[in-house]
Design a protein around this ligand. Structure first.
Ligand code: GDP
Ligand code: MG
Length: 690
C-alpha cells in the first residue's frame, strides 16, 4: 500500500479523534505514534538519499535568474503573468509551507525557492524576502505568516505554487495553524547539525493534525557539524516518517535546492475546489493599510472573485464591493481574477475600515449565494496569556502613543487593549499578549516604527477566583485582586494558569534543566531519552513562571542548547497573594503583583532593595516596604539629608542652636506629609525597566 495515502488516512482518523475530544492535542501522544505505526511499514533504505548527498558535494551556484519585478513593471508585463496563470488548471496548483524549528533555515530556503522560480532576482541582496517587518529582519524571526506565489515549470508544464512562510515560535501558534489550513503539504525542514528540536516536534504534529503531506528536508548539509544519518534516524524514530525520499540541502549555498520543487509537484496533493461553483472564500489573515483600509489574505475553495464583485461575510453579514484582487509575487500584484485553489489578497472599495470586521476564519461568498454556501469551520481565536501595563515615559506623550499603539493593534489582532491608570505613572494601557516574545516584539515594533518611549510593567498572567458563593471571576490586573483582610477574600479559592512545557535538552545538561524546572514550581510529567543523546522533558509549570523568562534561564543553564515549547494546560488551585510595594505607607499601584505565597518573601526583599537604589535621598525619611495586605514582609529606610544648620554657629550659643534645630524639624514634618509627591517618576521608571 502507498505509505503516503496511509499517512493521510491516519491523520483523518486523528483529526476526527481531536474533534471529538478523544485525543488531546499533545504531541507526546502515544495515540499518534500508534496511528502512524500501524499505517507505516518500516523503511530500511536510506541509501539513495545518502548516495545523493555525497554525489553533489561541490557547491553549485544558484541557477541563472530572470529578473521580474511586477510591482514596477508596465501593464503589458502584468498581463503576461496573468495569461500564464490563467492557463494553469487547478490540478497544477500546489499550496505548501515549511515546518521548522526557529533558525533551521526556513526563510533562507524560501528565498532560494523564490529565486529558483524567478520570482525574485538572485542578484537581489535583500535577503529573507518574506520577513517584511523590520523587527522580523532584525531578530531573524517571522511574526506574521506571509505568502508568495511562484510559477514553476516542471516537465514542460507550468505549476502555480503558493509558499506560505510560517512563524516558528510558539507564541504565534495561531498564525501557524491558520497557515497550515491553506496548504496541502509541508516541507519538514531540520537542521543537519541540530536535529529535531522542540518546535520541530510541535509544528510537525500541528501540520500532521491538519492532514498535510510531509516531505522531509535536511538543511545545512554544508556545515562541518552536519550529521545527516543521525537526523534521518531521529525523523524515523520520532515521527515514523519515510525518510527514503528525504532531500539533503544547503539553503545557504543552494546545494540540492533544485530537487525540492519537483518533489513538491509530485507529492503534495492539488487543492480541492471547483471554480464553477459559487464563491467560497476563507479569510486567512488581514492587515491594515492606511490608504486601502483592511487588506485580506484569502484562500479560495470554490468559485472566482474579481474587481467589482459584491461579497458578503457569513459571520458578520456585512456586504462589500471588491476593489482589487491580486497575488503576492512577492509584492502585491493586481490580477483580474482569483480562482478556486488560489491564495491571494483582496481589498474592498470603499475600504473595510475596522480590522475587527475582518474575522480570521470568516467565509465570504457572492451576494445571493449566502444560503447555498457552507461556511468553513473557522479558527479558534488565540487567547492572550501575558499581560503588562504600559505608560508613556513623558505623560504629555499620551495621545501620540495612543495613536501608535492603536496602529499596531490594527495589525495584530491577537493583542488585547484596555485603558489603565496608575497613581504613580498616570494614564496608560493594559495590554494582553500571546506570550513574552510576542510582548517584547510588540515593544520593539513600537520603538522602531513609532519611536515612542514607553514604560512597561513586568509581565503577569491572569488569575481566577472562585468566591465564597461559588461564582467565578477572571482577574487581569493585580488591582482587582482582593487583599488578605478584604472581606471578599474570605472563603475564596484562587487558581493560576499552567502550561505543559516540552523541552529538548542535551543529556549532559539534564540535571540543571530539572533543577531549574523544580525551582520554578514545575512538576515532572515525563522524561524520555531519544536518539543522539537528547532528552525530551515534559513539565507542568505555572504560566507565571514561564513568562518570567523561563526559556532564557533554561538556555543559560544549557549553554543555549535547550529548546522549549508549551501548550495550555488549564487552571490549577494555588496559594496566591497580592504583594504590594509601599512608599511611606502608600501602596504604589503600578508595582503590585499577584504571586505564589512561596515567592512573596524573596520578591518582596528584592523589591525594597531595588527601589531604594532608585529613589534619591530626600529632606525627610523614606520608608520602603513590601507587604501582603497589612503584613509587612520587607523594609528599607532611606535616611534624610541632614543639612548641618549649625555649621556657622558659635559653640556656646545654646538658645540659637535649639531654635535652629526646631525649625529644621518643622520643615521636615511639612515635607513628610507630601512625601509621596516628591518621589520622582523617574524612580518608578528605573525600577520597572529591567
Ligand atoms: P528561520 O528562523 O528558520 O527562518 O531561519 P533563517 O532562514 O533565518 O536561518 C537561520 C540562520 O541559519 C541564518 O543565519 C542563515 O544564514 C543560516 N542558514 C540557513 N540555511 C543554512 C545552510 O544551509 N547552511 C548554513 N551553514 N547556514 C544556513
Ligand atoms: Mg524566518
Amino acid at each position: 500500500m502507498d505509505g503516503r495515502l496511509d499517512l493521510r488516512l491516519a491523520s483523518v482518523l486523528m483529526r476526527s479523534c481531536l474533534r471529538q475530544g478523544l485525543l488531546r492535542r499533545s504531541y507526546s501522544s502515544i495515540c499518534i505514534n500508534t496511528c502512524l505505526r500501524s499505517a507505516w511499514p518500516s523503511h530500511s533504505s536510506k541509501l539513495p538519499f545518502l548516495r545523493h548527498a555525497r554525489r553533489t558535494t561541490e557547491l553549485s551556484a544558484p541557477s541563472p535568474i530572470v529578473i521580474r519585478r511586477y510591482s514596477t513593471a508596465k501593464a503589458g508585463a502584468v498581463s503576461d503573468l496573468e495569461r500564464r496563470i490563467a492557463a494553469i488548471p487547478i490540478d497544477r496548483f500546489r499550496n505548501f509551507c515549511i515546518v521548522a524549528h526557529i533558525d533551521h533555515g526556513k526563510s533562507t530556503l524560501s528565498d532560494r525557492l523564490l529565486e529558483l522560480t524567478g520570482t525574485i532576482s538572485a542578484a537581489n541582496s535583500n535577503r529573507q524576502i518574506l520577513d517584511t517587518l523590520e523587527v522580523e529582519r532584525e531578530r531573524g524571526i517571522t511574526v506574521k505568516a506571509q505568502t508568495c506565489t511562484m510559477i514553476y515549470n516542471h516537465n514542460g508544464l507550468d505549476y502555480l505554487l503558493h509558499l506560505v512562510d510560517t512563524p516558528g515560535h510558539v507564541d504565534f501558534r495561531a498564525e501557524v495553524t491558520r497557515s497550515y489550513a491553506s496548504c496541502g503539504g509541508a516541507l519538514l525542514l531540520v537542521d543537519a547539525s541540530q536535529g529535531i528540536q522542540a518546535q520541530t516536534v510541535a509544528n510537525f504534529y500541528l501540520a500532521f493534525a491538519e492532514g498535510l503531506v510531509i516531505l522531509p528536508v535536511i538543511n545545512k548539509i554544508d556545515m562541518v557539524a552536519a550529521d545527516v544519518p543521525r537526523v534521518l534516524e531521529q525523523l524515523e524514530t520520532t515521527f515514523e516518517l519515510d525518510v527514503s525520499n528525504a532531500i539533503g540541502v544547503s539553503a545557504k549555498t543552494g546545494l540540492n535546492v533544485e530537487q525540492i520543487l519537483p518533489a513538491v509537484v509530485e507529492n503534495i496533493p492539488r487543492p480541492t475546489g471547483d471554480e464553477t461553483k459559487p464563491l467560497r472564500m476563507l479569510l486567512v489573515d488581514s492587515w491594515y493599510d492606511s490608504f486601502r483600509g483592511v487588506i485580506c489574505l484569502v484562500r479560495l475553495f470554490d468559485g472566482t472573485v474579481r474587481h467589482g464583485d459584491s461579497l458578503v461575510s457569513l459571520v458578520t453579514g456585512n456586504k462589500y464591493t471588491v476593489g482589487e484582487v491580486g497575488i503576492r509575487y512577492p509584492t502585491q500584484v493586481p490580477q483580474s481574477v482569483l480562482r478556486a485553489g488560489q491564495v491571494g489578497y483582496i481589498f474592498f472599495n470603499p475600504g473595510m475600515k475596522n480590522i475587527q470586521d475582518a474575522k480570521i476564519g470568516d467565509t465570504f461568498t457572492t451576494v445571493g449565494s449566502e444560503d447555498i454556501v457552507e461556511p468553513y469551520p473557522g479558527f479558534v481565536e488565540p487567547k492572550p496569556m501575558v499581560f503588562v501595563a504600559a505608560f508613556p515615559t513623558d505623560p504629555s506623550d499620551y495621545s501620540r502613543l495612543a495613536d501608535s499603539i492603536g496602529q499596531l493593534v490594527l495589525n495584530d489582532r491577537s493583542v488585547t487593549l484596555f485603558k489603565d491608570h496608575s497613581e504613580a505613572l498616570g494614564a496608560g494601557w493594559r495590554l494582553g499578549f500571546l506570550g513574552s516574545l510576542h510582548c517584547s516584539v510588540f515593544q520593539d515594533r513600537l520603538r522602531q516604527e513609532h519611536g515612542a518611549s514607553i514604560i512597561i510593567t513586568e509581565p503577569a498572567v491572569q488569575t481566577k477566583v472562585q468566591w465564597r458563593d461559588g461564582t467565578e471571576s477572571i482577574l487581569q490586573s493585580p488591582s482587582d485582586f482582593p487583599d488578605v483582610e478584604d472581606s471578599r477574600s474570605r472563603g475564596a479559592t484562587y487558581f493560576e494558569p499552567y502550561v505543559l512545557a516540552t523541552m529538548t535538552v542535551p543529556e549532559e545538561y539534564i540535571g540543571r534543566a530539572i533543577e531549574l524546572c523544580e525551582s520554578n514550581r514545575g512538576e515532572q510529567e515525563s522524561i524520555e531519552f531519544f536518539h543522539g543523546m537528547q532528552v525530551i522533558l515534559k513539565y507542568r509549570i505555572p504560566t507565571a513562571q514561564l513568562v518570567d523568562d523561563l526559556f532564557g534561564k533554561l538556555k543559560g543553564a544549557t549553554k543555549g542548547y535547550a529548546t522549549l515549547d508549551y501548550e495550555d494546560a488549564g487552571w490549577r488551585e494555588s496559594k496566591l497573594v497580592k504583594l504590594q510595594l509601599l512608599v511611606n505607607k502608600e501602596p504604589v499601584d503600578a508595582i503590585a503583583r499577584v504571586v505564589h505565597l512561596s515567592q512573596a518573601d524573596r520578591l518582596g526583599r528584592a523589591w525594597v532593595t531595588k527601589f531604594k537604589e532608585h529613589v534619591q535621598r530626600q529632606m525627610f525619611e523614606v520608608v520602603i516596604q513590601a507587604a501582603i495586605g497589612k503584613k509587612i514582609i520587607a523594609r528599607e529606610t532611606l535616611k534624610p539629608f541632614r543639612k548641618d544648620v549649625l555649621a556657622k554657629l558659635h559653640a556656646s550659643d545654646i538658645t540659637r542652636r535649639k531654635k535652629l534645630l526646631e525649625k529644621q524639624k518643622e520643615g521636615r514634618k511639612r515635607l513628610r506629609s507630601v512625601g509621596n509627591v516628591v518621589i520622582e517618576q523617574e524612580a518608578f521608571q528605573k525600577f520597572l525597566s529591567k
